[in-house]
Design a protein around this ligand. Sequence first.
Ligand SMILES: Nc1ncnc2c1ncn2[C@@H]1O[C@H](COP(=O)(O)OP(=O)(O)OP(=O)(O)O)[C@@H](O)[C@H]1O
Ligand SMILES: [Mg+2]
Length: 235
Amino acid sequence: MLTVESLSSGYGQMNVVNDISINISQGEIVVIIGPNGCGKSTLLKTIFGLIKPYSGKMIFKGEDITGSRPFDLVGKGMGFVPQIDNVFPNLSVMENIEMGGYLEKKPDFSEIFDFFPILHDKKKEKARSLSGGERQMLAMARALMTRPGLILLDEPSAGLAPKMVGMLMEKIKEIGKTRSSVILVEQNVKSALSIADRGYIMVMGRKVFEGKADEILDHKEIGRLYLGKKDACEP
Ligand SMILES: Nc1ncnc2c1ncn2[C@@H]1O[C@H](COP(=O)(O)OP(=O)(O)OP(=O)(O)O)[C@@H](O)[C@H]1O
Ligand SMILES: [Mg+2]
């Protein structure tokens, strides 16, 4: 589905993502974890064409997409749900979903409402009135309207109550099974690894470990060094 080779990127002179290589196959859920500020969002933004890479290469469905713009990538089947500002707060739930369906000739709204019934019940409400979890579901629903083969999710469970985290993870698992490959950036590490196939650990812009999800969960040293720490960039 996607191969990222030796990708480096950042903001102006500030190098944030360093020589990262990752890949994801069709139907896989791959999680990217790492401390605050280590470059996870920057990596997703670079994959989605919001930031130009300094170097490296990205192949999506067999095609070189290095340097492609977000609009083109959506057309090729990539979806992105950013970490912040991922819904239009002053638009209704329905209008937000309609925005996502703009590429479809006949967007299938009933299908997405079947998948997220809570959004159907609240379709006339403004997005800003939704709970945090509902808002994340709306952001995902909007991105799924373009029927992506790969969706990038940046910390969808941040700040949510544990019960809502669990529900959201189940939805993401279902997305991976039935709709789209998923690259999931998460700080709720255990929940994310419990639904993922594989994972990558990033520290200070570099990939420091990759493996199967259960291998990462069971790895004592990795757990001690990286998974318990949320606030420091140092290993
Ligand atoms: N728009 C920007 N302009 C300049 N620097 C930025 C910008 N966005 C992020 N940075 C910097 O890049 C580094 C990596 O940030 P990034 O948001 O990618 O980290 P992250 O791993 O997603 O963190 P978090 O877990 O807090 O979301 C940080 O030092 C941050 O201050
Ligand atoms: Mg981030």
